[in-house]
Design a binder for this molecule. Structure first.
Ligand code: LMR
Length: 391
């Protein structure tokens, strides 16, 4: 039976980690998978998390099971950061813990399907795993163009997609720090999106995987907060993998906005049932550490300061790249106006392969670069290599 299964290619992005690690060149540059790096190229554990982990080891007196909802202390402590003041919007929002942001996206789409959604509208390019999850769940994907040529959102394409959508449709939006393009909606555009969705049967699902890495925790939540103020129903997939640096600990949450406070328990009971059948319950450690950070004012201040440092460095690298301007056919200037860890360079497959083979520069096959992989030391090498392959 199992011998009928066909060989599947390794996930291209994750395979890049191994390719980079195997490259013996000392000056190789890893711009692949989305992990933050310091100016020294390290991805350290946050000091605030280290302190919380010490506390956890000292204080935790059991590792007995939680339920499929995970650590609700974590889920609720995070809510003011995601939704601002009045975080439950009168009891209409609640959530559950998930294994990372991917678990939250998967659960959101599975719940949407169970509720009758058959088609998902999504700006493309998007994080490749979005389309894989949509396909795996047997949902139809309706793509529309996300990025215009000038490095801003193709807003007309989004509006046309929403105008042609109706009952049975969901729309997947990136809350901030768009992956892979870095091209976000402006606050004015979010206002317009929210006004459209407030009068539409289309179910909004927002992936908020990089909150705090763009302009700030509040600024990056602008769209989500406006949305839950105005629409009848929505789902928000939140990740702490990047903004708490907990990648492999898989820390995420799915939040649901219901029409009525009385709907929430019933909606989430479906989330619990789906989770039980898929992963039973999420891993505890990382979420418990986040809860301890958020329940301690000193640790919260330390976490926010560390996050600000990351954001500032990402912004500095963006400015430095933008300063290089036009390099052959690649214009880096728009990177200054874009946000978060990623940007997408208009490079061909051959140019991306030449960067890897000739310069030891590793980026996704789509041309996406992880901005945090660049440092003051390696930016000159990077821009020279781009100029050479794209000249
Ligand atoms: C990325 O896009 O690089 C990250 O979200 C990691 C992943 O799981 O793909």
């Amino acid at each position: 039976m199992l011998d009928r299964l066909e060989q599947q290619p390794a996930d291209a992005l994750l395979a890049l980690i191994k390719l980079h690690d195997a490259d013996p060149r000392a000056d190789k540059i890893d711009l692949g998978v989305g992990v933050y790096r310091t100016g020294d190229g390290a991805t350290p554990v946050f000091e605030a998390i280290k302190a919380a982990e010490r506390k956890l080891v000292a204080e935790q007196d059991t590792k007995a099971y939680l339920g499929p909802e995970g650590d609700m202390g974590f889920v609720h402590s995070l809510m003011p950061y995601v939704f601002g003041s009045n975080p439950t919007r009168g009891g209409r929002i609640d959530g559950m813990q998930t294994p990372g942001g991917t678990g939250a996206v998967r659960l959101a789409l599975a719940l949407a399907k169970k509720a009758g959604v058959t088609r998902v509208l999504m700006g493309t390019p998007s994080w490749p795993n979005h389309a894989q999850i949509v396909k795996d769940l047997g949902l139809e994907l309706a793509g529309f163009n996300h990025a215009a040529e000038d490095g801003t959102p193709d807003f007309a394409a989004l509006k046309a997609a929403l105008a042609g959508a109706g009952e049975g449709d969901a729309v997947m939006l990136h809350g901030a720090c768009h992956n892979p393009t870095g091209i976000d909606y402006t606050p004015d555009q979010w206002d317009e999106i929210v006004a459209i969705l407030a009068d539409s049967p289309v179910l909004p699902i927002v992936d908020l995987a990089y909150q705090g890495l763009g302009y700030g925790m509040d600024e990056d939540a602008y769209g989500v907060r406006k949305l839950v103020d105005a629409v009848p129903e929505a789902m928000i997939a939140q990740s702490c993998d990047k903004n708490f640096g907990l990648y492999r600990d898989r820390v995420g949450a799915l939040y649901v906005l219901g029409k009525d406070a009385g709907d929430i328990e019933r909606i989430l009971s479906n989330g619990h049932a789906l989770a039980r059948a898929a992963w039973s319950m999420p891993p505890d450690h990382g979420a418990a550490a986040v809860r301890l950070v958020l329940r301690d004012a000193d640790l919260t201040a330390r976490w926010l300061a560390e996050l600000e440092q990351m954001r500032t460095r990402i912004r500095q690298v963006r400015e430095a790249l933008a300063g290089a301007g036009q390099l052959g056919s690649v214009d880096l200037a728009p990177l200054a106006r874009q946000s978060g860890m990623f940007a997408m360079l208009p490079l061909s497959k051959e140019q991306i392969e030449a960067l890897r083979a000739d310069y030891g520069i590793y980026m996704a096959g789509s041309g996406r670069i992880n901005i945090a992989g660049l440092t003051t030391d390696n930016i000159p090498k990077f821009t020279a290599a781009i100029a050479a392959v794209a000249g």
